[in-house]
Design a protein around this ligand. Structure first.
Ligand SMILES: Nc1ncnc2c1ncn2[C@@H]1O[C@H](COP(=O)(O)OP(=O)(O)O)[C@@H](O)[C@H]1O
Ligand SMILES: [Mg+2]
Length: 437
C-alpha cells in the first residue's frame, strides 16, 4: 500500500476522550472511529489487524477440531423465552420489534440459537462429539462502555459450543478448547493466565477466564510467578490426546482475582506472588445440560434411550484483543505489533520522495517484497523525514526499511526493528534477503 493513497487518518494530538493507551493509540493511528457510545467503525488499518487476529483464532479452532458456521446477529426472542434467559438478561439485551410485531433481539451470545440448530439436526449418539463455532458481532448494552474496543457495546466475539454424550466426554472437549486458547494467545504474543472462574447459579463445575496482564486491566489478579516464566506449551500434547495431565499441571498453579484471593490459603511466599491488573480475553464454561434440557437437545443413546446432551461454551473477545495486544506491546512512540498480527510486515520509508534515485530504489524494493508475499506500507508522501518516522513508529510496523539520498550514494539502506530500535546499514540486496528469510 502506498501511503499517499491510503485512507489513514492519523492524529497528531492525543484525543482527550481516551483514558487508556490502547484506545489513544488506536484513534491516533487511524484504526477506529467511534460512531455511537461503545460502537466503532473499523478503518482500513484497524480492520487489517482485526482480520489477522481473527485468522489466528480461526486456525486454532479448526486445528482443535471445531467447525465454523455463521449464525445471524438478529435472533428471535422465542428461543430465549424457552431457555428462561429472556427476562434474566435485563437491560444489556438490545430488544427489537419487527414490522409484524415479532420480538427479536441483537444477540449478546448464541447458546440458545446453537442449541436450537443442534436439536433439529442431530438425533443419534453416533453424531457426537461435535464442536461448532462462529466469529460474529455481538451487542450488549453495557451500562458503561469504555476504553475503546475493550468494553464496547458492539464487539466481535468467537464463540464455540461443544456437544457431548456424557460428562467425561464433555470434560475432554473442554480441555481441548483450554489448550486451543493457550495456543491462540501465545501466537498473538500474549501470555494468558487461566484462572478458575464462577460458573454461575446453574453452571456445571468448570470455568476458566483467560487473563493477560496490563496496568490498565479491569480486574485485579494474583498469580504464581512460576506461570509467567513457564513455557507450558513447549511439551504440550496435541489436540485429541489425553489432556488430563497437561490440564492438571496448567490449572494447578495458583491464580485468583482479587475478590477471591486469600493470602492465607494461597501457600505462596510473597516474592512468588505477582499482584497485577489483568484483561479478560477469553472465557470458557462447561455447563452440562443448562440449555440442552429446557430446549430439548436430546439424542438417542447406544441402547435407544434418550440422552440430554452435555454442553460447553467458549468465548474469545476478538475485537478486545486488538486493544489488549496494544496494551501489552507499545512504547512512547506508538504501537509495537508482534509479527503475527502486524497489519504490514515492512514499512518502507522514502526519505526524499520525488528524488529520481530514491524513488526508483523504493519502487524496486516495494515490488520485490510484494512479489514474495510480504505486505509493505510504502511511505511515498512528500513529507519531512521526521513526520514519516513518527507515523511509522505510531503505526508499529515491525520492520522499517529506510531509503535516503545519502545512503543511496554509498549503496546502503537502513533496516530497523521497531521493537528493539536495532539498526543495520545494508546493501538493498542484503536487506531484502534479511526480510525475506
Ligand atoms: N463489552 C465487551 N466488549 C468487548 N469484548 C467483550 C465484551 N464483553 C465480553 N467481551 C469478550 O468476550 C469474551 C466472552 O464474554 P463473556 O465471558 O460472555 O462476557 P463477560 O465476561 O462480560 O460476562 C470475554 O472474555 C471478552 O474477551
Ligand atoms: Mg467472562
Amino acid at each position: 500500500m502506498r501511503m499517499s493513497a491510503f485512507f489513514l487518518p492519523t492524529l497528531k494530538e492525543t484525543p482527550n476522550e481516551a483514558q487508556i493507551v490502547s484506545h489513544r493509540l488506536m484513534l491516533r493511528a487511524g484504526m477506529i472511529r467511534q460512531t455511537s457510545a461503545g460502537i466503532y467503525a473499523w478503518l482500513p488499518l484497524g480492520l487489517k489487524v482485526l482480520r489477522r487476529i481473527e485468522r489466528i483464532v480461526r486456525e486454532e479452532q479448526d486445528a482443535a477440531g471445531a467447525q465454523e458456521l455463521l449464525m445471524p446477529t438478529i435472533q428471535p426472542a422465542e428461543l430465549w423465552k424457552q431457555s428462561g434467559r429472556y427476562d434474566d438478561y435485563g437491560k444489556e439485551m438490545l430488544r427489537i420489534v419487527d414490522r409484524h410485531d415479532r420480538e427479536m433481539l441483537y444477540g449478546p451470545t448464541n447458546e440458545e440459537m446453537i442449541t436450537d440448530i443442534f436439536r433439529n439436526a442431530v438425533k443419534s449418539y453416533r453424531d457426537l462429539p461435535k464442536s461448532l463455532y462462529h466469529i460474529q458481532w455481538k451487542f450488549r448494552d453495557e451500562i458503561r462502555p469504555r476504553f475503546g474496543v475493550m468494553r464496547g457495546r458492539e464487539f466481535l466475539m468467537k464463540d464455540a459450543y461443544s456437544f457431548d454424550l456424557d460428562p467425561a466426554a464433555a470434560r475432554r472437549s473442554y480441555q481441548n478448547m483450554f489448550l486451543a486458547y493457550l495456543r491462540t494467545f501465545a501466537r498473538l504474543g500474549l501470555k494468558a493466565i487461566p484462572m478458575q472462574a464462577d460458573t454461575g447459579p446453574i453452571g456445571g463445575d468448570l470455568s476458566h477466564e483467560f487473563i493477560i496482564l496490563a496496568e490498565t486491566g479491569e480486574s485485579g489478579v494474583f498469580c504464581d510467578r512460576r506461570w509467567l516464566d513457564l513455557d507450558v506449551l513447549r511439551d504440550a500434547p496435541v489436540y485429541g490426546d489425553d489432556l488430563e495431565p497437561f490440564f492438571t499441571q496448567a490449572t494447578g498453579i495458583y491464580a485468583a482475582t482479587d475478590e477471591k484471593h486469600d493470602p492465607a490459603t494461597s501457600p505462596l511466599p510473597a516474592d512468588q506472588l505477582v499482584s497485577a491488573r489483568g484483561i479478560e480475553v477469553g472465557h470458557i464454561f462447561y455447563f452440562g445440560t443448562k440449555y440442552s434440557k429446557p430446549l430439548g437437545a436430546v439424542v438417542a443413546g447406544a441402547n435407544g434411550e434418550p440422552v440430554t446432551v452435555e454442553m460447553g461454551s467458549y468465548g474469545i473477545g476478538v475485537s478486545r484483543l486488538v486493544g489488549a495486544v496494544i496494551e501489552a506491546s507499545h512504547d512512547d512512540a506508538g504501537i509495537i505489533w508482534p509479527d503475527s498480527v502486524a497489519p504490514y510486515q515492512v514499512g518502507l520509508v522514502n526519505l526524499k520522495s520525488g528524488d529520481a534515485g530514491t524513488d526508483a530504489l523504493c519502487v524496486d524494493l516495494y515490488h520485490k517484497l510484494q512479489a514474495q508475499g510480504t505486505e509493505v506500507l510504502y511511505d511515498d508522501r512528500d513529507e519531512r523525514p521526521g513526520a514519516k518516522f513518527a507515523d511509522m513508529d505510531l503505526i508499529g510496523v515491525p520492520w522499517q526499511l529506510v531509503v535516503g539520498p545519502r545512503g543511496l550514494k554509498s549503496g546502503v539502506v537502513e533496516l530497523k526493528r521497531r521493537g528493539t530500535a536495532e539498526k543495520h546499514e545494508l546493501s538493498p540486496e542484503s536487506a531484502l534477503a534479511r526480510l525475506l528469510a
